[in-house]
Structure formats: C-alpha cells, structure tokens
Design a protein. Structure first.
Length: 216
C-alpha cells in the first residue's frame, strides 16, 4: 500500500510545519483529524479541503460537517473521499480551511510517495513537527445572514460595552459614522418668548411700565 507524505503549513505562519504520513486508501477525514492531533485544535469543527493548483487557487471542495447549502449543492464529504481519488500530480496541493466560524487557512502539499507502508507503524503518522501553532482567539461570532436567514445587524456600541462618558467619546462615535441624538432643548425658544410679549403689546390697554414679570 502506497503512503503519502503531506507537508502542512499555516498560510499566515509558514514557519509552523507538520509532515504527516498517511496511506493512500485513507480518507480526507483521517488527514483532517491527523492535522489537529498535531496542532491540538478541536477536530470537530466544520472544515474543508479544496483541490488546488500551484497558485493555491481553490477547486473542488471536500467538506467535513458541511452546512445545508453545501449538502444541497452535493459537495463531497471527507468521510467518503479517499485521498487517492484526488491525487493527480506527484506534488498535488490542497488548500485547507479549518473551522469556518474562526478560520485558519493551511497549505497542504504532497511532497513524497512511499511505495510501501512501514511494518508495525500505524497511520496516519506524524513524521515531522516544526514551530508552535498560534493560540485560538475566543471572540464573539457574528451571525452570517446566509446561514441564519436573517438580516442580523451588528450593534457596535452594545457589543463593545461602550459607555460614552464625555463629549470626546460622543464625537468619536460620530466620526465613526454613528448618529448621536442631541439632548432635548430645555430652554424656551426665543420666538416663543417674543410671542408671549406680543400678546400683551397688541392689547391697547397694555402699559409696559405697569407690567411686573414676577406676577407671571
């Protein structure tokens, strides 16, 4: 049985490398779980491999725990897809996205084909490890309207627990494109004051000298 050796590296951390030996008749799900056995990440996350060219352009997708849209589209499943069925080149490349909620992207490249498996060795097998994987950052997940079917608006101020303490904070929010309502005007408009006096001045018996403001 032939054995494939894949070099797996983070797209944004190319000094972090794992080399994994895996039998040709094993599946993409086996490779997916082997990768995260070596990273320490939870493998039970929706992820996908994409058949790629030398420029890492995504082609056919092979998915793990796909959403309903992908299922309806008939996307290939990792559990049903043997590696050998997608190897067309001795340096075959796959673009791999782990965890679509908070994704990490990987480059997966076939670097060697061993004609025979090693007796007594279990596969997949981690052949080489280099570099420490980045820590996962726990952050709020913003719902995808396509996934939920809702037009979910993101309330920036409430999500960030923002409290405007002074005028500078309010101006900052306005600069970011948020509209802050002005406080209600408590002082009586000038026109209303003038109208108040006009009511008396129109009266021919009104004497301004006799008018005492304190009486009103």
């Amino acid at each position: 049985m032939a054995v494939y050796r894949f070099k797996v590296s983070f797209e944004d951390y190319d000094d972090v490398i794992r080399e994994i030996d895996i039998k040709s008749n094993q599946t993409f799900e086996d490779l997916h779980k082997a990768i995260h056995s070596s990273t320490g990440y939870d493998p039970e996350k929706s992820s996908s491999f994409y058949v790629s060219n030398d420029h890492w352009i995504k082609g056919d997708e092979i998915a793990f725990q796909p959403n309903q849209r992908k299922i309806d589209r008939g996307v290939a499943l990792m559990s049903n897809s043997k590696l050998s069925s997608f190897i067309e080149d001795p340096h075959q490349k796959f673009y791999y996205t782990y965890n679509f909620d908070r994704p990490f992207d990987f480059h997966v490249e076939l670097i060697k084909i061993l004609l025979n498996e090693e007796p007594g060795k279990s596969y997949p097998n981690l052949f080489r490890r280099a570099g420490e994987v980045p820590k996962l950052i726990i952050a709020p997940i913003i719902p995808d309207p396509e996934e939920t079917g809702d037009e979910a608006d993101f309330d920036f101020i409430n999500e960030m627990d923002f409290v405007a303490e002074d005028t500078e904070d309010l101006e900052t929010i306005t600069d970011l494109g948020f509209v802050v309502e002005e406080e209600e005007q408590t002082e009586e408009p000038e026109e209303e004051k003038e109208g108040f006096m006009d009511e008396f001045s129109d009266n021919e018996n009104f004497d301004s000298e006799d008018f005492n403001k304190e009486d009103y």
